[in-house]
Design a protein around this ligand. Structure first.
Ligand SMILES: [Fe+2]
Length: 173
């Protein structure tokens, strides 16, 4: 029997007064049916935070919920909104303002940029504003969302655009 272990750690900003959003550490394993399954979850990254496993019943389900909620917030706000939509916008603005409509790059990117600009202008504000979707759907609320994105922006670099490096990070040899 071979088990592979994967560790994930997502940092989410706790926001008072709710302060409910944790930064869980999740350990995953591939079982005999070759399915990736959570094996243990530490509810927060702090050393004294409790650790749960599948034998813990109800608390295990809550720990899994904490990981899913944290992963949702991180993937939507950092990996999707920040690294895709907001990162692409300046390039789309430059494309529109500086390149001829006949330029080969314009031909390649115009359809992609049309979607980015429309979504950023119409959709993105409803995600992060007070009483917006993240405010209503997550414990960190809109203030936590903005703090999370600020932290994500500060750690963003050109290396994040390197697809090969990203694959290597995700699938280490
Ligand atoms: Fe999108």
């Amino acid at each position: 029997m071979t088990w592979f272990l994967f560790l994930t750690w997502r940092m989410i900003v706790p926001v008072e007064p709710c302060g409910l959003q944790a930064s869980p550490v999740a350990l995953f394993a591939v079982n005999q049916e070759k399915r990736l399954r959570p094996a243990a979850i530490q509810i927060d990254y702090k050393p004294d935070s409790p650790v749960f496993s599948p034998v813990d019943g109800g608390p295990w389900m809550l720990a899994r919920l904490a990981v899913q909620a944290t992963d949702y917030a991180h993937s939507q706000m950092i990996e999707h909104l920040l690294k895709i939509h907001l990162f692409a916008e300046p390039f789309c603005v430059v494309l529109h303002r500086q390149l001829s409509s006949k330029h080969p790059l314009n031909e390649l990117l115009k359809y992609h940029c049309r979607g980015v600009m429309a979504t950023n202008t119409i959709g993105s504000p409803s995600l992060v504003t007070p009483n917006g979707y993240m405010d209503q759907l997550t414990a960190m609320g809109h203030k936590g969302t903005l703090l999370l994105m600020e932290l994500g922006y500060k750690t963003l670099s050109w290396k994040d655009t390197d697809f090969y490096l990203d694959i290597k990070k995700t699938w280490p040899r």
